[in-house]
Ligand binder design. Sequence first.
Ligand code: UDP
Length: 355
Amino acid sequence: MRKAVVCDGTQPTDATVRASEARTPGKGQALRFLITGGAGFIGSHLAEDLLARGHRVHILDDLSTGSIDNVWHLSIESRFSSTIETCASASVVAELVDEADIVYHLAAAVGVDLIVQSPVRTIETNVHCTEVVLAQASKQRKPVFIASTSEVYGKSTAFPFREDGDLVMGPTTTGRWSYACSKAIDEYLGLAYWKERGLPVVVARLFNTVGPRQTGRYGMVVPKFVTQALAGRPLTVFGDGTQTRCFCHVEDVVRALVELMLLERAAYGEVFNVGSQEEISILALAERVWRLTDSDSEIVLVPYEEGYEEGFEDMPRRCPDIGKIHAAAGWVPRRSLDGILADVVSWQRAEAAVV
Ligand code: UDP
């Protein structure tokens, strides 16, 4: 084994040596998890899953797009706690990282509507929060999971997308790509911390993730179509509706996130796609939601510039290769699109009944 060399006073340079020194407690132990963005859609499901596995969970969320409603049912659990603060605050993050064994960094600006309307907030949140989390985790040698996105593949046409494929972005004058670039920077930074400082980092590119608690407020198509269908409003299909996506149930995604961190050294410094391979066009999706909800709504085609902004570029197709995570963790999605849609519809109906 090569000898570790200290390069900055605290961090040696050999990734292999340093990974073995990371404070990752053994499997089967109750661990302390910090989830940034833990009151968000995916974060809240992850918190629930980790608590069900017997772990302790602390969430850090500024409630900018997350909601306390997503986690109120967890607050009676003694192993659950929360801090409502921005994860841009280094002192807050330092304290919480200190009390954690493993960090899931999920806090980010999400949703195409939000990204188009608030590009400054998108770039600053995504890049700065990740800088803060990685710097603090590195000081304390805590493994970090970074949630990235399929958006980083941009306009690539190398289907299905593989983790080692090229990322193809559009011009900087088209706002959408700032999100892809900001998340790509997060990936570069995480992988650099691993390579240069030996911080155990795992990156996952999440493809379209759907399920209960997801709001359509920030543009996500499935909850939006379901809300429109249940309210009898037109289902707004942008463009000609031939663009395709693969939708994965949040329960499957959360299982992938948990299993990836259990891999420990086998996953450190690696990037994994997490998503479904069941592809559907957005027009066919609208028709399926319409049938499932027995809706009176009409389905309308809306030009992209009306749906988003002038010059908006959409991805005509997005589909992951999931061979890497399958080989590493045996992971495949279990839930079908019909099951996902049924879940979203019954959740929205139940929510509407409560209000
Ligand atoms: N979309 C749509 N109508 C809507 C919202 C979205 O037709 O009201 C389309 C959007 O243009 C994209 C797809 O649905 O082609 C998925 O959009 P979403 O924002 O859910 O995720 P994306 O894959 O774009 O990140």
